[in-house]
Design a binder for this molecule. Sequence first.
Ligand code: HEC
Ligand code: HEC
Ligand code: HEC
Ligand code: HEC
Length: 180
Amino acid sequence: MRLTWLLLAALAVRAESLILAPWDESVVSGEVRVVARHEGKAELHVDGKAVAVEPLHAGVWTATVNLEAGGHEIALVGGGKVKVHVGEGAPAGWTRFREHPPGGAACTTCHAVKNGEWAFAKASLVGVCFACHDKAGFPKTHTHEPGIVPDCQLCHAPHGSRAVKHLKMSKEAACKLCHN
Ligand code: HEC
Ligand code: HEC
Ligand code: HEC
Ligand code: HEC
């Protein structure tokens, strides 16, 4: 009985549909790159109208949508949705979504399909990150050499965010992942 429940819970997690970028309640420029994970049919609606998507792998796809000034809803059919705003007049508390890496870097900078699964291009992404970021300054900002905290995505949102330094949590909480 309990095992069945756990199995169902596991399946539910796998089937979860998410718009990974942009985040909900974001202020965006007119051109938005959507990154999504969706097990169902790749169908994306902007303000209720279907737009073209680029499937990259089963359940993984991206889309570039062009939005006019004002509020918009980007929705996966049968999945998650996010609200975004272009230009002046965004609701209070909404902040700018900063795409990462900016300028439309290819998904394959970090990803590859391996054994039929959407996976990472390299066993560790550390080298990929430092192709663009300053390695020398790393120990000062992180208290550690990269080798001690190699899973950058533990703390940073890789596709962009509304957060300072793309942090998924406060610095205090981040250190507490390993230190009590
Ligand atoms: C700078 C490196 C980088 C780039 C570029 C990148 N990703 Fe990712 N991606 C990651 C990392 C790291 C994770 C792991 C996410 C996490 O743990 O937060 C991830 C996770 C994912 C996932 C799985 C998310 C989940 O929750 O299971 C999908 C789907 C995905 N990326 C799609 C894309 C697509 C599509 C693009 C291009 C539009 C892209 N990524 C570009 C680094 C990147
Ligand atoms: C344990 C959490 C954690 C991990 C893991 C982590 N970071 Fe950070 N990172 C932080 C925090 C916290 C800051 C903000 C530091 C500050 O502002 O004082 C930061 C800041 C940054 C910055 C901005 C630097 C600056 O000058 O402000 C970059 C770039 C960065 N991290 C890249 C990486 C890369 C690349 C990796 C993987 C090799 C990584 N981080 C792993 C927590 C982490
Ligand atoms: C193709 C180049 C490129 C790659 C690869 C890349 N980044 Fe970045 N990243 C950038 C640029 C450009 C910015 C924006 C810089 C800025 O705003 O100062 C940025 C911003 C960031 C920031 C926020 C810095 C700040 O001061 O707000 C963090 C954290 C970060 N990247 C982490 C990572 C991590 C972790 C990886 C590897 C998974 C990675 N980056 C891979 C180009 C890249
Ligand atoms: C992924 C796990 C991990 C994270 C996250 C982490 N550390 Fe550590 N930390 C270690 C390990 C392992 C050591 C012992 C090896 C060493 O000294 O490099 C250590 C040692 C230290 C030490 C040396 C004193 C001691 O307790 O041994 C300090 C200070 C420290 N960490 C601060 C931080 C700060 C500040 C952060 C957040 C920015 C942080 N750590 C995040 C794993 C981590």
